[in-house]
Design a protein. Structure first.
Length: 348
């Protein structure tokens, strides 16, 4: 990805900065980061190694830490996108894993080409782009061989204690299945791109009030839309369980009915839904810039006096008026990511 994106950046006059995350979980990682730094020096691209201060040997914790570190580094250099090297093979593996867990439809085909950075509020306004999701690992290795470039294989990619590695090894043994899966996944990727674009269009109809209360119109919400709105209303980066979302939407049958979900509450109205922050889960601590993942500090008063605020949001408001909501910005950024054209991929 480094070589291909460097070529792209030169062609289109864009600026690259490269970051390697050393999770502190393998002794070899420091030397591997040095190898990347050497490649960058040869290309004239700035490089920085980011170190995880509190390493934990789980993939989920490492992923969250990695994206948080990248968010801070990208923000420091004034960037707006993180590019990662996910390939078509990664998508195939993800489809099989998600199918095993009961996921059906286009959402099986992940990761997508573009998405908001999956950490909040650290990743505010930053997108993660995966320009190689239509390219196979084999094609990339052939490209590296043709350009006489060495690479490093992460030994954790061969550790069968991870589900993804077991799926990868299974596909390696089943050559015919791998070829069939690749054809089907390419179709799913196109369907996913259309579904994401439609979701982005639907998000354009969502209204956010200055007190961060979310309003929707229309008779219903899809499970995916409800999950997104719960995440935004709660100021978090975690989706509620899909089963819980489905049960909630089924249960809210009449105007005035309300239910909490994932740190937010949903209330059925005559024309749609109101979604707000569950006051029992509000993080009352406010740092210098962000309150509860939903407000940022402003230079002048933005919010009305809390005593005059609606009872629906009164106990979920910042302690003072000099704040403005960022839920609308978050939804606009999501919409932009979801509507990124799928053909904008790099090919070798």
């Amino acid at each position: 990805m480094l070589l291909l994106c460097h070529r792209w950046a030169q062609t289109f006059g864009r600026t690259l900065a490269v970051f390697t995350v050393d999770h502190g979980l393998r002794a070899e990682a420091t030397a591997e980061a040095g190898t990347v730094a050497a490649h960058c020096a040869n290309l004239g691209v700035p490089h920085q190694t980011l170190n995880w201060a509190d390493p934990k040997p789980t993939q989920s914790a490492a992923r969250a830490a990695r994206y948080s570190l990248l968010a801070g580094a990208v923000r420091n250099v004034g960037g707006s996108c993180v590019l990662t090297g996910h390939t078509l093979d990664d998508v195939i593996e993800t489809v099989l894993i998600r199918r095993r867990r009961g996921v059906r439809g286009p959402m099986q085909a992940g990761p997508a080409l573009a998405a908001p950075l999956p950490v909040w509020p650290d990743g505010r306004g930053i997108a993660v782009l995966r320009p190689l999701v239509k390219t196979t690992r084999k094609a990339l290795r052939l490209y590296l061989t043709a350009t006489n470039t060495d690479w490093v294989d992460d030994p954790s990619n061969n550790n069968p204690s991870f589900e993804r590695v077991r799926v990868r090894q299974f596909l390696a043994r089943q050559k015919n299945l791998g070829a069939i899966a690749a054809r089907e996944v390419k179709k799913l990727q196109v369907e996913r791109a259309h579904a994401d674009a439609a979701l982005g269009g639907a998000l354009a109809d969502v209204r956010v009030c200055e007190d961060a209360l979310i309003e929707t119109s229309g008779a219903g919400l899809s499970t995916q839309m409800a999950s997104i709105l719960a995440r935004c209303a709660s100021g978090s980066d975690r989706d509620p369980r899909a089963v819980a979302v489905g049960e909630m939407l089924t249960g809210l049958t009449a105007p005035g009915m309300r239910q909490t979900l994932g740190g937010a509450w949903f209330q059925r109205t005559q024309s749609g839904f109101l979604i707000g922050r569950d006051p029992a889960n509000v993080d009352g601590r406010a740092d210098q810039s962000v309150f509860d993942g939903r407000f940022v500090r402003a230079s002048t008063a933005q919010l009305p006096d809390q005593t005059n605020a609606s009872f629906l949001v009164r106990h979920a408001q910042p302690p003072t008026p000099e704040w403005r909501e960022i839920v609308s910005e978050r939804l606009a950024h999501m919409r932009h990511c979801y509507q990124t054209p799928f053909y904008d991929c790099i090919s070798v």
